[in-house]
Design a protein around this ligand. Structure first.
Ligand SMILES: *[C@@H]1O[C@H](CO)[C@@H](O)[C@H](O)[C@H]1NC(C)=O
Ligand SMILES: *[C@@H]1O[C@H](CO)[C@@H](O)[C@H](O)[C@H]1NC(C)=O
Ligand SMILES: *[C@@H]1O[C@H](CO)[C@@H](O)[C@H](O)[C@H]1NC(C)=O
Ligand SMILES: *[C@@H]1O[C@H](CO)[C@@H](O)[C@H](O)[C@H]1NC(C)=O
Ligand SMILES: *[C@@H]1O[C@H](CO)[C@@H](O)[C@H](O)[C@H]1NC(C)=O
Ligand SMILES: *[C@@H]1O[C@H](CO)[C@@H](O)[C@H](O)[C@H]1NC(C)=O
Length: 301
């Protein structure tokens, strides 16, 4: 019987919050660029309902991790940036008296682009507040008779796109994030390049898709496949930061399927000193230690 205590989960989340990043500052946006997910992609973790795993473990550089790693590879799950990204902040006027929860004052706009090498659907995710609950026997998607229902869906010649806020983690967290799922369609040469743009002022999400995996340098069609109104911060009540990355039916689908990921996020940290701290380099070794503890807990199952 595998048990992760609440304290352990908290420690892991703390570790992830404090961990390193390769973010490069550029004007008033932060830019992340990950050409491929492999053993040296130190800024990413794989999250399943039983584990949080560093990518170098997943690629089997430690032999005792192989069994756990292949289980992670074959589980549904997320590949997420270690570093949490500030996606909204409370309105300045919001006093936050006892029992009152902060009201979103400003959201961050973001642009992201990536290539899909195969025909497997992959979801771009902004996971606010928390990871989905660990150890849910039903997996990530239907713990409380709530199923994910996209707010918008559209289909083009190259891809079917569904987008919406995630409402699948039970009654306590009615709106935990954004799920933009892209499923390649059609028979035109394999590979798609995807652009997802969120304009926070307009609450507008646009998804563009073109054939091929040339990445951001390829031609971006003028007409989006999907153009929807999405309130990223709607209903947010606690933290203002998010884990950002991808969700796949298996973690391997994301590792193999996603290439050339680039993410640009509007910076909201002009009012806090913490922003600079978040961009420090170097991974505290106790992050790896916690991950190892979790890994062995999971193997004991
Ligand atoms: C491995 O990942 C790193 C970081 O994403 C990247 O810089 C490098 O090009 C990748 N290597 C291969 C062989 O794809
Ligand atoms: C996990 O999947 C990746 C991508 O296919 C592969 O390179 C890696 O060796 C796999 N790890 C294990 C332990 O199966
Ligand atoms: C996203 O791209 C649009 C152009 O398509 C640009 O106007 C906007 O400033 C970009 N936003 C971010 C956060 O990079
Ligand atoms: C994790 O989720 C999967 C479904 O994705 C389920 O089969 C498995 O039992 C879950 N594991 C635990 C420990 O809850
Ligand atoms: C994301 O959206 C897709 C498409 O609607 C859905 O199949 C999938 O279950 C969602 N994933 C999660 C983790 O909510
Ligand atoms: C959000 O992240 C920033 C760094 O990006 C950090 O300074 C801040 O404390 C975080 N806020 C919360 C509520 O987690």
């Amino acid at each position: 019987m595998l048990m992760l205590t609440a304290t352990m989960q908290m420690l892991v989340l703390l570790a992830l919050c404090l961990a390193a990043t390769s973010a490069a500052a550029a004007g008033d946006v932060d830019t992340y660029s990950i050409p491929a997910f492999n053993a040296t992609t130190g800024t990413i973790v794989a999250v399943t309902n039983t584990s949080i795993t560093d990518l170098d473990l997943l690629f089997g550089s430690l032999s005792q991790s192989d069994q756990q790693s292949s289980r992670v590879n074959n589980s549904e799950g997320f590949l997420l940036l270690y570093r949490k990204i500030n996606v909204w902040r409370a309105a300045a006027a919001d006093g936050g008296g006892a029992g009152s929860l902060p009201v979103p004052g400003r959201e961050a706009s973001f642009n992201t682009s990536f290539s899909l090498t195969g025909s497997t659907a992959v979801a771009f995710f902004v996971l606010q507040d928390m990871y989905p609950p660990f150890l849910n026997p039903l997996g990530f998607r239907s713990p409380a008779k709530v199923t994910f229902a996209p707010d918008a869906a559209a289909s083009g010649d190259l891809a079917a796109v569904e987008a919406g806020t995630v409402q699948a983690y039970g009654p306590y967290e009615p709106s935990v994030g954004l799920n933009v799922t892209v499923a390649p369609t059609g028979t035109v040469p394999p590979g798609r390049t995807v652009w997802i743009e969120y304009d926070a002022a307009a609450h507008r999400l646009a998804v563009h898709v073109t054939a091929g995996t040339a990445g951001p340098s390829s031609f971006r069609p003028r007409k989006p496949v999907l153009d929807a109104t999405v309130r990223l911060a709607a209903g947010r009540r606690t933290t203002q930061n998010a884990s950002v990355g991808f969700f796949g039916g298996t973690v391997r689908d994301v590792i193999v399927g996603v290439r050339g990921w680039s993410l640009t996020v509007e910076r909201l940290d002009d009012q806090v000193s913490g922003g600079a701290e978040g961009r420090k380099k170097g991974t505290p070794s106790w992050v790896a230690m916690l991950l190892a503890v979790l890994g062995s807990a999971a193997i004991m199952r």
